[in-house]
Structure formats: C-alpha cells, structure tokens
Ligand binder design. Sequence first.
Ligand SMILES: [Zn+2]
Length: 161
Amino acid sequence: MLNANFEPINVCTTRRAIGLMLGGKAAMVANGRGYIRTVKELIPRPSVIRLDVQIHRPRPRVKLTRREVFRRDNYTCQYCGRRDGGLTVDHVIPRHLGGPHTWTNVVAACPSCNHHKGGRRLEEAHMNLHHVPKEPPANAAYIFGRHLAENEEWSQYIKGW
Ligand SMILES: [Zn+2]
C-alpha cells in the first residue's frame, strides 16, 4: 500500500486492498496477481495500490520481534557466529538485572551460547558480541525487503524511500 505521495506504508491483504479500492479510498497501481471472480464481475487482484488521500503518520520504525531480531543479526549467533538454526533472543543485560527489551539490548544467540551466558552480564560470562546491537534502519528497503523475493514488482516503489 502506497501513500498518496507514493511512499510505501504497509503490506495489507488482498481483501483489504480490494475493500479500499471498492470503497473509493485507493486506486490500483499494479495488478500483479490476476483476478478474482465474483458473481457479477471480474475484479483485479492488485499487487500495489495507492491511497487517494495522503495519510500522516510518524516516522516508521522496525517492530521489535524475534523474527526482526534474527533478520537484523543476519540469522547468526552474535556470540559465536553460528548460523545453523535454532536461534534464540538473548537480552545482553539480563532482564532480571534491569536490562530493557529494546533493540540495543537484544541479540540473536544460539541455544548453547544463551545457555552458557545464563542470567549473567557479558563480563561475568566472559563473552563478547560480534556487533553492537542497534535499531535497524527504518527505510523502506529494510522494512519491506523480506517481501521482495516474492514480489519483485514492488521494488520500483520501494527504492529511494
Ligand atoms: Zn552461539
């Protein structure tokens, strides 16, 4: 879904996109998904729609979820560099010691590193991070990047935002 100024704002379901189009709130920009047949007509299944009226919203941020932590950390344990699956989210300063649940205090960790670290601080566990954890960039390429493999036609609308 694009804002009226073509800024990409979110990913919605086909159902919602068609609802917005039929409600006169959005127009189709690209039809990448064929058609839906109703009793009366054939409705295009849009892959990109654009709102008719610009909506104002705060600067986008990447939501702090397990999936996004793993993606930011390139699916790699930030302590030992392992990539072979089974990642967990580790709080660098443990929560029971007041560590916050924020981008700068969470990292991807393999189960054995997480277990070894236990409820300790880095210094106590004699462990080091490969990268200092930061909030990921909130540009459109990062936010929507994980959809691009399956939706190549979106890329031209994401560039530059
Ligand atoms: Zn590890």
